[in-house]
Design a binder for this molecule. Structure first.
Ligand code: HEC
Ligand code: HEC
Ligand code: HEC
Ligand code: HEC
Ligand code: HEC
Length: 168
């Protein structure tokens, strides 16, 4: 009787360890990289969602250059000291003349060329690649940004998949 209890306990313990290790492997371990901690709480839900500010109002180069661009602190201040929208952390950056050190969520290695404007002109919307940023808070990487992801869509839309298209 005692022995079978012991064996039973042993089986349960081994099972728990195996499940634990399996879970570790299946968890998204790069989660902090996919949703980095930002120096200042900026809400797309409030700005682009509730207040309905257009994406291109802040990311103004997306339709005409390779990079989309992030707004400068001075740009934030076109609204922020006014309308009773004072934000202490923001004013500290203005006072110290320092850019806000945002941590990039989407970035490719240097050997890859990604032109935003070609994709926007081809009629793709931001959400295709970035998800609904007004609903993903904190802002988290929505796609894996691997080569296979680019190629999948290029094949589907009959866009060039020559190596030199993306590798410079
Ligand atoms: C076009 C006007 C406008 C611009 C530009 C703007 N904001 Fe705002 N921001 C608002 C409004 C309106 C609110 C208040 C939203 C509310 O409480 O409903 C707000 C709220 C905030 C808040 C407080 C959020 C909270 O949780 O209460 C922060 C922080 C903030 N903005 C940061 C920024 C930063 C950083 C920038 C520049 C990248 C910026 N804002 C640019 C209009 C603007
Ligand atoms: C009021 C200005 C403002 C508006 C409007 C706005 N953004 Fe942003 N966006 C920012 C700021 C500031 C950051 C940097 C902070 C962060 O990553 O959370 C950012 C970051 C991002 C990033 C991540 C960039 C990276 O790689 O780190 C994406 C993607 C993005 N925005 C997409 C959008 C889309 C799509 C819309 C429209 C639905 C939009 N944004 C509207 C100000 C804005
Ligand atoms: C076909 C996919 C795709 C579409 C559509 C797209 N993006 Fe991006 N976005 C990317 C990729 C890939 C990166 C990383 C680029 C890099 O590191 O060179 C990126 C990076 C960014 C960044 C951070 C770096 C930068 O370029 O300034 C912002 C902000 C951004 N996108 C905003 C937008 C907005 C706003 C739209 C819609 C107007 C949009 N994107 C549409 C794929 C896309
Ligand atoms: C959801 C679909 C989609 C995804 C994902 C996508 N692309 Fe594209 N890409 C397009 C389309 C459509 C065009 C064609 C634009 C045109 O021909 O006007 C294009 C064009 C390009 C071009 C210019 C091609 C040329 O002939 O000059 C480059 C470079 C490029 N993409 C790189 C990338 C990279 C790098 C990635 C991944 C990080 C990527 N794309 C992901 C749809 C996509
Ligand atoms: C549509 C864009 C696109 C095309 C076309 C493309 N690549 Fe890539 N490639 C990428 C992206 C994006 C990455 C970065 C992926 C990452 O960081 O995981 C990459 C990464 C790589 C890497 C590095 C892999 C690694 O693990 O770091 C090699 C090697 C490579 N590509 C070779 C090629 C060859 C060879 C071709 C032609 C047969 C090609 N690529 C065509 C987008 C492209």
């Amino acid at each position: 009787m005692k022995k079978s209890w012991l064996i039973g306990g042993f089986v349960v313990a081994v099972g728990a360890i195996v499940t634990g290790v399996a879970m570790l492997y299946s968890l998204p371990l790069d989660f902090s990289e996919r949703a980095p901690v930002q120096p200042l709480m900026f809400s797309h839900k409030l700005h682009a969602g509730v207040d309905g500010i257009h994406c291109l109002f802040c990311h103004r180069y997306a339709a005409k250059s390779p990079v989309a661009g992030l707004p400068a602190v001075s740009f934030c201040m076109t609204c922020h000291p006014r309308f009773g929208l004072e934000i202490k952390e923001l004013e500290a950056y203005v006072r110290d003349r320092k850019p806000i050190p945002w941590v990039r969520v989407y970035s490719l290695p240097d050997h890859v060329y990604f032109p935003h404007m070609m994709h926007i002109r081809a009629g793709l919307v931001c959400a295709t690649c970035h998800g609904d940023v007004t609903a993903i808070e904190p802002l988290t990487r929505f796609v894996d940004l691997k080569m296979g992801w680019c190629l999948g869509c290029h094949r589907q839309k009959k866009v060039s998949i020559d190596c030199w298209t993306c590798h410079v």
